[in-house]
Ligand binder design. Structure first.
Ligand code: NAP
Ligand code: F7E
Length: 336
């Protein structure tokens, strides 16, 4: 049975990836942070008491700030594949906590790669790289596009990208980057713009919220559906050689378009409740992201399966249902 270790298993992508790996017959080990509040909502539906027979999902307390723990886990688990998804992943927040972001999103990668190298474990390593690394580079962006990051988060991800390349070139390790453009789902963190919008719309429609405060509505993103992107991660690690791949839909839409379409789906007029608050502007913005995933299509047979319009509808419907369940006191699971 192949064994995978997933950092960031409690996040949006980690939860879908864990589901898909379990479906593919893997034993899955996830790294979770100690938290005073429960932080495993997205994977609770996968978790079973380890005392039961046939359990294939195991969670381990660790933090990307602690190298010794990472070495111990890699050495003890001897994973066949490591998916490094853990990060301080919020771009706007990275301007407020740049040093922490560099430590976790950047240095965390060195700690993990060193843990693999020092333990001598032969494993395939996936690095969660980001379109945010392209920053001001004009669209479309592909594997050949030079990076020009615009945030501490983007800078930390550039460092991690090159570390994965460097460990591949220096030590012959199987390290591959997935340069993923924005991908969303009903499990998206509540402060990223798509989820912030769909969650607020459900509340406005229900009469629970009067206004929605947003920042730059003109930014354009290439938005895909998260489970398609976690499938790409797995494909990247099954390739014969470790290579870097852009994963994107090849379509770009503005935040304004997302807002308009989502509002129309609930027969709402955004002009009536959306307000602009400059606090959500960034000191430096990434204006247009539009990915060219031709290499992934050709070499991995990867294709996005969900259109922009479908993604908007799925997210709005999920937030309407979530709110409805909360209001009626039904048990709520982010996994639904
Ligand atoms: P996410 O929902 O924000 O999840 C981040 C994960 O990292 C969570 O499990 C979080 O744990 C964990 N984490 C944060 N700080 C940590 C620390 N100090 N030690 C250990 N774990 C820590 O992110 P996502 O959207 O799933 O994205 C997954 C990865 O892909 C991230 O590296 C992100 O930067 C990258 N990426 C995302 C996108 C996108 O559009 N979603 C695009 C390109 C790249 P808690 O649950 O405890 O907070
Ligand atoms: O912002 C604009 C904002 O925070 C998208 C992360 O997963 O994808 C994500 O980073 C756009 C930006 O995502 C609000 O200025 C307007 O232009 O949803 P976001 P992001 O910054 O693109 C990349 C690929 C990652 O790697 C990251 O980990 O929306 N925007 N008004 C707003 N954004 C937010 N968050 N909140 C607003 O009110």
């Amino acid at each position: 049975m192949p064994r995978a270790l997933v950092t960031g298993i409690t996040g949006q992508d980690g939860s879908y990836l864990a589901e898909q790996l379990l479906d593919r017959g893997y034993e899955v080990h996830g790294l979770i942070r100690r938290s005073a509040s429960f932080n495993t909502d997205r994977i609770d539906h996968l978790y079973r008491d380890p005392h039961e027979e046939g359990v294939r999902l195991f969670l381990h307390h660790a933090d990307l700030s602690e190298a010794g723990r990472l070495v111990k886990l890699i050495y003890e688990l001897q994973p066949d594949e490591v998916y490094h998804l853990g990060a301080q992943s919020h771009v706007r927040v990275s301007f407020d906590i740049p040093e922490y972001t560099a430590d976790i999103t950047g240095m965390g990668t060195i700690r993990l790669l060193e843990a693999i190298r020092e333990s001598g474990v032969q494993t395939r390593y996936y690095q969660a790289s980001s379109s945010e690394m392209f920053g001001t580079a004009p669209p479309p962006q592909s594997e050949a596009t030079p990076f020009h990051p615009r945030s501490p988060y983007g800078c930390a991800k550039v460092m991690s990208f090159w570390l994965a390349v460097n460990y591949r070139e220096s030590y012959g390790m199987f390290c591959a980057n997935g340069v993923l453009f924005n991908h969303e789902s009903p499990r998206r963190g509540e402060t990223f713009v798509t989820r912030k919008i769909t969650r607020a719309l459900a509340r406005v429609k229900a009469g629970l919220q009067e206004h929605l405060y947003l920042g730059n509505l003109d930014a354009c993103r290439d938005w895909g559906y998260a489970p398609d992107y976690t499938d790409a991660m797995w494909r990247i690690l099954q390739a014969d050689e470790p290579e870097d791949f852009v994963i994107a839909t090849g379509e770009t839409h503005s935040v304004r378009e997302f807002l308009q379409l989502a509002s129309e789906h609930l027969e709402l007029d955004p002009d009536e409740f959306v307000r602009i608050d400059e606090r959500y502007y960034r000191p430096a913005e990434v204006d247009v992201l539009l990915g060219d995933a031709a290499k992934a299509r050709a070499k991995l047979g990867w294709e996005p399966t969900v259109t922009f319009e479908e993604l908007v509808r799925v997210m709005v419907d999920a937030d309407v249902k979530l709110l409805d369940d909360q209001l009626s006191g039904r048990a709520v699971r982010l996994s639904e």
